[in-house]
Design a protein around this ligand. Sequence first.
Ligand code: F0G
Length: 354
Amino acid sequence: SRLWRGVIEEYRDLLPVSESTPVVTLGEGGTPLIPAPVLSELTGARVFVKYEGMNPTGSFKDRGMTMAISRAAEQGAKAVICASTGNTSASAAAYATRAGLTCAVLVPDGRIAMGKLAQAVAHGATILAVDGNFDDCLQLCRKLSESYPVHLVNSVNPDRIEGQKTAAFEVADVLGDAPDVHVLPVGNAGNITAYWKGYREYREAGRTTRLPAMWGFQAEGAAPIVAGHPVTEPETVATAIRIGNPASWKQAEAARDDSGGLIDAVSDREILEAQRLLSSREGVFVEPGSAASVAGLLKRAGDLPAGATVAVTVTGHGLKDPQWGAQLPDGSAVEPVRVPVDAVSAARQLGLED
Ligand code: F0G
């Protein structure tokens, strides 16, 4: 065994870095591809989940951020800025600190999960709570980075996509080839763009023999690509993907069409039920936004090719947004049962004693 060196060193030959790029890493990537027996049984396919919550800040954003921050440092940036529904801000804050850069994050006021906000604070970022949604925050960040000396690290920055494509390499490395179908949640549409780029480049490099169909899923109340027009007031419990006008819209459509895939929507209820299924039956705890992929897989299982191998990306850790794990999908609370320090009472509550 050997130390995992982070995605830049592991895949240096396929990334736009040179000897002079200062590599800013927290050891991201190398996340588990976990066989999912329950999902396999339910869908009739061979299903694996790519558990991106195992990255250093608890989401897939770290793959893109190691690239974006390394390149920003190489170019002499002193400050970085991003818009975020939470995970990007947590990741940018951590990697910026690591590189000695200042970091500003713009988030929709009151609409990001507590765990993510705590991370941005803990890593020392300056946080602006904007009276608007993610799309407003991104527009503001673009303007600021055009007019002031701050480096934009949202996924409109191509370095972010470059880093994130390494997840496709890892899936292919573990499976020995690309899967038949790759499923993931879609918000700003950077990640589906990155995976598709990764799978194409890996095949061109002769490291796989085929390409997967890309399946993307948006939340019903925030499904502009499915609707075919921007959504001015996106709404969903999955705050990570509460986005009405994705920056990589065109690229997501290209990934769908060129791969023979699909982009569909899932309801909040389907998302919460998929989250619960994954945590209570597969042992994998993810945040609601991540569960959109699993909900979509279950919804569209009938469209899977017979005997398909399916990789499902679950993008962020359940602890990011613990409120949803602590209750059932119908919103009812799960309260611990109070007992005295007494074995018989405890046993009675556990049904081990009449
Ligand atoms: N899942 C999670 C947990 C996310 O945080 C995001 C995006 C997505 C899925 C969607 O990925 O935007 O590449 O299509 N979060 C961004 C953020 C918007 O600010 O953290 P995408």
